[in-house]
Ligand binder design. Structure first.
Ligand SMILES: [Zn+2]
Length: 110
């Protein structure tokens, strides 16, 4: 009697890496942390708040043309933004509608 072999239930997975990253390669690691600190020391205020007549500390060096949209990772493509403006701009860069900011009264601001 000949023994037959069962067909395996599991098949092998393609382990070749599929490139998923789009846009420009960004500075990473210690160099990125140092540049972030230097940038915010030199440009401490949110430029969009300033354009609206407010003064607020910046928390993020933002890429004016987002890396995902092919902007360069260079200092002439950076601007200082607060968390709120960075969230709104990032949503626009990615093609999303930004969530409205909710004020203490429970209604959207702006
Ligand atoms: Zn701001």
């Amino acid at each position: 009697m000949k023994l037959s072999t069962l067909k395996p239930r599991l098949s092998t997975v393609v382990t070749q890496r599929i490139p998923t990253q789009q846009g420009t390669e960004r500075l990473r690691g210690r160099a990125a942390v140092d540049r972030r600190r230097r940038w915010l020391d030199a440009h401490p205020l949110c430029c969009m708040c300033q354009a609206e007549g407010r003064v607020r500390a910046a928390t993020v060096p933002d890429h004016i043309i987002a890396l995902v949209n092919g902007g360069p990772d260079t200092e002439d493509n950076l601007q200082s933004l607060c968390d709120e403006h960075h969230r709104i701009k990032t949503a626009k860069d990615l093609g999303y509608k930004p969530k409205p900011t909710i004020g203490p009264d429970g209604w959207p601001i702006g």
